[in-house]
Design a binder for this molecule. Structure first.
Ligand SMILES: NC(=O)c1ccc[n+]([C@@H]2O[C@H](COP(=O)([O-])OP(=O)(O)OC[C@H]3O[C@@H](n4cnc5c(N)ncnc54)[C@H](O)[C@@H]3O)[C@@H](O)[C@H]2O)c1
Length: 272
């Protein structure tokens, strides 16, 4: 083992939804560790902004406006990645999201919207990137951004939680199928990370006060972009070359705590 094993020098990574939030953090983390990065975001300006930040680190940063739900756009994005950057080594399936809503308010359209973004949207980027990785013959690393809600029940987020749970088992199953090609497939399960998306939830009142959030998380703070980027860099690097099929919790210990929290006096209990 060598400290340089954590580096991603000259590898090519695609980050879906890399134009803000967790995807932006991961894209910039990859660039800092030597990778060239494609930002596949549906919002052109967001993708361009992050690609520029990547180029400022001295790496290649390419924004290719892509809606992950549109197969032709996704296939064109992977083709352009191969043409302009020569290869595909890493894919991060990050684009996704939800809103606080009772199940009965979703209706069939809301149900389909959630499924299309958070589950069906895994198909195109994964299919096209795996084909490119197989062509390259050097293996690869796929990282799916799941959620702590994949691992526990999530009232008011039922369809999102189901999609993310599906993602976790897709991760495990695909990991086995692709292992013989040296393509590793893992997931990351964050808890609360204060991205633009989460600010909305927190401001709605349902997300609790920042004091309550920090108290509810064993490591006593919400997650940040570097927490997620660190996990992604590790999983993408050869430091993790024997790791496939796992879901790495990046949650300050929340999943382990399973309902145990500290009260305002710092006393651990179950029903504060
Ligand atoms: N923020 C959190 O606390 C948290 C916790 C657990 C899991 N996650 C997951 O992490 C991922 C990123 O979350 P975030 O909070 O950074 O979100 P965000 O809404 O802040 O950013 C999402 C990005 O994805 C892009 N995007 C949305 N739909 C797209 C589509 N169809 N095609 C391409 N790009 C699209 C958006 O333009 C945006 O740039 C999501 O999958 C989310 O479910 C987030």
């Amino acid at each position: 083992m060598d400290p340089s094993d954590i580096l991603l020098t000259d590898q090519v990574a695609i980050v879906t939804g890399g134009g803000q939030g967790i995807g932006e953090g991961i894209a910039l983390g990859f660039a800092k560790f030597g990778a060239n990065v494609v930002i596949a975001d549906k919002v052109a300006e967001s993708g361009e902004r992050v690609a520029k930040l990547i180029r400022e680190t001295g790496r290649e940063g390419l924004a290719i406006t892509t809606d992950i739900r549109e197969l032709d756009q996704v296939q064109a994005m992977v083709e352009r990645t191969k043409q302009e950057l020569g290869r595909v080594d890493i894919l991060v399936n990050n684009a996704g999201g939800t809103r606080y809503a009772p199940f009965l308010d979703l209706g069939q359209r809301g149900w389909h919207r959630h499924m299309q973004l958070n589950f069906d949207g895994l198909f195109g980027p994964t299919d096209a990137a795996v084909r490119a990785m197989l062509e390259g013959g050097r293996g690869g690393s796929i990282i799916n951004i799941a959620s702590i809600e994949a691992l526990r029940a999530a009232p008011m987020f039922s369809v999102y939680a189901a999609c993310k749970a599906g993602m976790v088992n897709f991760t495990r199953s695909l990991a086995l199928e692709l292992a013989e090609h040296g393509i590793r497939v893992n997931a990351i399960a964050p808890d609360v990370v204060m991205t633009p998306h989460l600010e909305e939830f927190a401001n709605s009142g349902a997300g609790g006060t920042s004091e309550a959030r920090d108290r509810g998380i064993p490591l006593q703070r919400t997650g940040n972009l570097d927490d997620c980027a660190g996990a992604a860099v590790f999983l993408a690097s050869s430091m993790a070359s024997y790791i496939t099929g796992i879901t790495l919790s990046v949650d300050g210990g929340t999943y382990a705590s399973s309902g145990w929290t500290r009260n305002k006096d710092g006393v651990w209990g179950l029903f504060h």
